[in-house]
Design a protein around this ligand. Structure first.
Ligand SMILES: C=C1C[C@]23C[C@H]1CC[C@H]2[C@]1(C)CCC[C@@](C)(C(=O)O)[C@H]1[C@@H]3C(=O)O
Ligand SMILES: O=C(O)CCC(=O)C(=O)O
Ligand SMILES: [Fe+2]
Length: 375
C-alpha cells in the first residue's frame, strides 16, 4: 500500500477533535480491507519466555538452551517474551499511568507536541495529514532516544515542546528508554550468540543507538471488526521491546493464520524488525503483526524501537554471508530507511523488499552514470 499524503478532508479534522468514545460507528477512513472478520478470537502464539537473569548468570548450559529457543523463534516468526529483565516494575507502572494522563488531556494541549510530518517525533492522532484511508484507530506520542553518554534527549524534547509542567513525564520516559536500551544491548549479545557470531558484533553496532519510543493509546471502538489499532506490518526498525497493559490486542501472522500474543504481567514482548533481518542477512525474520481494538476499554502500550546510529551502514557479519546464503540486502543506513518509511512508503509486510529494490535501482543508475561520465 503506497503512502498517500493528501491532507484529510476538513470534516475529518473536526472528527479528530471529538472524543473517540462518542463515535457510534466507524467513519469510512478507518475501515481496513478484509474488515468484518472475527478478529479477537484467534489462538495464542506459543513463544519462548527468555529469562534474561539466567542468561546473565553466564552458565554455559543455560546460555545454550536460551540460544536454541531464541534461534528457533527468530527463524520462525521473530517474536519471544523476556522475563527477569531487571527493569524496575515501578518505572513501568509510572510510565503506563503517564500514558493515560497525557492522552486524556484536551486536544489543544496534546497538539502543542504535534508531530509535524515528516518528522517521526511528537503527538499524532491517526496520522492527521499523512494518510487518508485505512487510518489506524489510535493516538501516538513518539520520542527520540539517544544512547550518547550524558545526552538526555527525551527530557530536553519534552521540556522544549511541553514545558516544566511535564518534567515528570520527560524524566520517566528518559529513564524508561535508558532501561530499554540496556535490555536491547543484552539482547544483541544473546542474538549474536544464538547465530554463532559472538556477543560483540551486534552489541558494538547498537552501542550508540539512536532509538524511538512510542506511546500507543487505542480508544474503544464500536466496530472492532472493521477498524484496526495498527494495520498489518513488519517493524522497519531493528528490535522492538513492547510493554502492553493487560487488555490484549497484539496479533502475529504465522503459517497463514493470525495468533494472539497476550499480555503477561512483568514480561515484555520482543520482536525482530526489518533492519535486523537485513543485518542477519535474512537468517532471522521480521514478522507481520497488527493490533485489534475492542468495544469496551482503552488499550495502552509502549513500544521501544531499537534503531542504530543513523549514519552507520547496515552490514551482516561475514559468518552469515555464505555460498548457500549470499548477501540478500544492499548496504544502507537507518537514516535512509527511516526517511523511506516517513516520506515515500507506508510500512507494511513488503517494506524491506520495496526499499531494497529502490536502493539497488539507484545504485545501478549511479554506476551507469559513472560509466557514461568515464567515456
Ligand atoms: C520507524 C517507524 C515507523 C513506524 C513507527 C516506527 C516503527 C513502526 C512503524 C509503524 C508503526 C508500522 C505500521 C505503520 C505505521 C505508519 C503506524 O501505524 O504507525 C508505522 C510507524 C510510522 O511510520 O510512523
Ligand atoms: O501496540 C502494540 O501492541 C503493537 C504496536 C506496533 O506493532 C507498532 O507500533 O509497531
Ligand atoms: Fe509493530
Amino acid at each position: 500500500m503506497a503512502s498517500e499524503t493528501a491532507i484529510l478532508p476538513s470534516e475529518s479534522r473536526t472528527f479528530f477533535n471529538d472524543s473517540w468514545a462518542k463515535l457510534l460507528d466507524v467513519p469510512s477512513e478507518f475501515v481496513w480491507p478484509g474488515g468484518g472478520e472475527n478478529r479477537p478470537n484467534v489462538p495464542e502464539l506459543e513463544v519462548p519466555h527468555i529469562d534474561l537473569k539466567a542468561f546473565l548468570s553466564g552458565d554455559p548450559q543455560t546460555i545454550e538452551t536460551l540460544c536454541t529457543q531464541v534461534n528457533e523463534a527468530c527463524k520462525k516468526h521473530g517474536f519471544f517474551m523476556i522475563v527477569n529483565h531487571g527493569v524496575d516494575a515501578d518505572l513501568v507502572v509510572q510510565a503506563e499511568s503517564l500514558i493515560n494522563e497525557f492522552f486524556t488531556l484536551p486536544m489543544e494541549e496534546k497538539m502543542r507536541a504535534e508531530r509535524v510530518f515528516p518528522s517521526p517525533w511528537g503527538y499524532a492522532s491517526s496520522f492527521l495529514g499523512r494518510f487518508h484511508s485505512a487510518l489506524p484507530w489510535k493516538e501516538t506520542f513518539t520520542l527520540s532516544y539517544s544512547a550518547e553518554p550524558n545526552r538526555r534527549s527525551i527530557e530536553e524534547y519534552v521540556d522544549k515542546v511541553l514545558g516544566q509542567n511535564y518534567k515528570r513525564f520527560g524524566t520517566t520516559f528518559q529513564e524508561y528508554s535508558e532501561a530499554m536500551s540496556n535490555v536491547c544491548l543484552v539482547l544483541t549479545e544473546l542474538l549474536g550468540l544464538s547465530l554463532g557470531v559472538g556477543r560483540k558484533y551486534f552489541r558494538d553496532f547498537y552501542e550508540d543507538n539512536e532509538s524511538l519510543i512510542r506511546l500507543n493509546y487505542y480508544p474503544p471502538c464500536q466496530r472492532p471488526d472493521l477498524a484496526l489499532g495498527v494495520g498489518p506490518h513488519c517493524d522497519p526498525t531493528s528490535l522492538t521491546i513492547l510493554h502492553q497493559d493487560l487488555v490484549g490486542g497484539l496479533q502475529v501472522f504465522v503459517d497463514d493464520q493470525w495468533y494472539a500474543v497476550s499480555p503477561k504481567q512483568g514480561a515484555f514482548v520482543v520482536n525482530i524488525g526489518d533492519t535486523f533481518t537485513a543485518i542477519t542477512n535474512g537468517v532471522y525474520n521480521s514478522c507481520l503483526h497488527r493490533v485489534v481494538v475492542n468495544e469496551k476499554v482503552v488499550r495502552r502500550t509502549i513500544a521501544f524501537f531499537l534503531t542504530p546510529n543513523g549514519k552507520k551502514v547496515v552490514v551482516p557479519p561475514k559468518e552469515l554471508i555464505t555460498e548457500e546464503n549470499p548477501r540478500r540486502y544492499p548496504d544502507f543506513t537507518w537514516a535512509t530507511f527511516l526517511e523511506f518509511t516517513q516520506k515515500h512508503y507506508r510500512s507494511d509486510e513488503n517494506t524491506l523488499e520495496v526499499f531494497t529494490k529502490l536502493v539497488e535501482e539507484e545504485k545501478n543508475q549511479q554506476e551507469l552514470k559513472e560509466n557514461n561520465d568515464a567515456i
